[in-house]
Ligand binder design. Structure first.
Ligand SMILES: *Cc1c(COP(=O)(O)O)cnc(C)c1O
Length: 379
């Protein structure tokens, strides 16, 4: 198996062809010339398949499963990929386990699943608490590790073994880690699902989702869902994301280095509490994370003494943009409580570390922390 950098620059690309570009350009087509039987044709109508998806899907499959054949399907957003797995694979009356502390839209997805007749149980990510709600009735276990935004981690292998023993399928939301940080399929999961909008694309210019699996039947059901609901990715977006994959290895390496340096600098500040980064050797999640992750991602979370303090900090930053989402080349941070969906304190900050120079980021954060504390004293 080649190294991560080599795999990232070549992922999904066709063999070099004279006079063809290295990354095939976007194929803009609603339909293709289609003589004869459509069942024999790789491309017929644009809602079913597109050559620009095909190469990106090959890239996703190679990155999520370098040693064994896998299949991937791309979607126009992470939540479209999530919905495809949950609604294509579950039936009314089925039992699903979702994280209690996962991505903020999950409670609303849960309400739709319940309206559809699925019985939903939840469990927190920390300490493999899902084990407490797994039994033979469970049809699908959905885990998100590291969780967003709390950065708790659960043991994918252990949970997958327990879920499989009861006959359940296991899906892992791999958004935060990216396939260069963690490979859920190698750890026993049936499906690795992600929002490619975040670190996978990394440039903040594309919404993208994907599902990867080694099971051809599951892949067929996911693709069929896509065709029948019409949740399809534009070819321009597919091409942009594929182009950006060439730097996935560089970005994830640099983000991890910067995140570790940034977390160490934040730790030295008395106003910072609840600092979390799974790559920190003394983080509560580190032991499990180190067993199953090869890189620890770009998100650092911490808490400032209150909402006003956190807002002053965000307002004083110059190199870190106040923005949502994460995983981009430019650092961003936000007060997560402003959305109202996450169980976090008012002063909770989710910091996404980019690829700038670590010293500049640390200087900027220290200056903003000084400004936030100073303003607090003069009030
Ligand atoms: C952002 C996110 C999603 C949803 O992805 P979109 O591309 O925004 O639809 C799902 N899971 C996690 C962990 C996320 O961070």
């Amino acid at each position: 198996m080649t190294g991560d950098g080599t795999r990232a620059v070549r992922a999904g690309l066709p063999e070099a062809q004279p006079f063809q570009p290295p990354v095939p350009g976007p194929v803009l087509a609603a339909h293709f010339h289609l003589p004869g039987d459509p069942a024999e044709a790789p491309y017929g109508y644009g809602r079913e398949a597109n050559p620009t998806w095909t190469v990106l899907e090959r890239a996703v499959a190679e990155l999520e499963s370098p040693t064994e054949e896998a299949h991937a399907a791309v979607f126009p957003s992470g939540i479209a990929a999530t919905a495809a797995v949950l609604f294509a694979l579950l039936r009314p009356g089925d039992v699903a386990v979702l994280p209690a502390d996962g991505y903020q839209l999950l409670p609303r997805v849960r309400a739709r699943l319940e309206a559809f007749g699925v019985i939903v149980r939840t469990a927190p990510t920390c300490g493999d608490a899902q084990l407490g709600v797994l039994d033979e009735e469970v049809r699908l276990l959905w885990i998100e590790t590291p969780s967003n935004p709390g950065l708790d981690v659960c043991d994918i292998r252990r949970l997958a073994d327990a879920a499989h023993a009861g006959g359940a399928l296991v899906a892992v939301d791999n958004t935060l880690a990216t396939p260069l940080g963690q490979r859920p399929l190698d750890l026993g999961a049936d499906l690795s699902v992600a929002s490619g909008t975040k670190a996978f694309n990394g440039h903040g210019d594309v919404l993208l989702g994907y599902v990867a699996t080694r099971d051809a039947r599951l892949a067929g059901e996911i693709r069929s869902w896509r065709t029948t609901t019409g949740a399809i990715l534009g070819p321009m977006e597919a091409w942009l994301a594929h182009r950006g994959l060439a730097t996935l290895h560089l970005r994830t390496e640099r983000q991890q280095t910067n995140a570790l340096a940034g977390a160490a600098a934040l730790r030295a500040r008395p106003e910072v509490s609840g600092l979390r980064y799974p790559g920190l050797p003394d983080d509560p999640a580190h032991a499990t994370a180190a067993r199953q992750m090869s890189r620890f991602g770009c998100v650092v979370s911490f808490t400032l003494p209150g909402r006003a303090h956190a807002e002053r900090f965000l307002g004083a930053l110059r190199l870190v943009d106040d923005a949502t989402s994460f995983g981009g080349v430019r650092s961003t941070a936000e007060r997560r409580g402003r959305w109202g969906g996450d169980p976090v304190p008012e002063g909770f900050i989710r910091l996404s570390v980019g690829i700038e120079d670590a010293e500049d980021l640390i200087d900027d954060m220290n200056a903003a922390l000084d400004a936030a504390s100073g303003a607090g004293r003069t009030r």
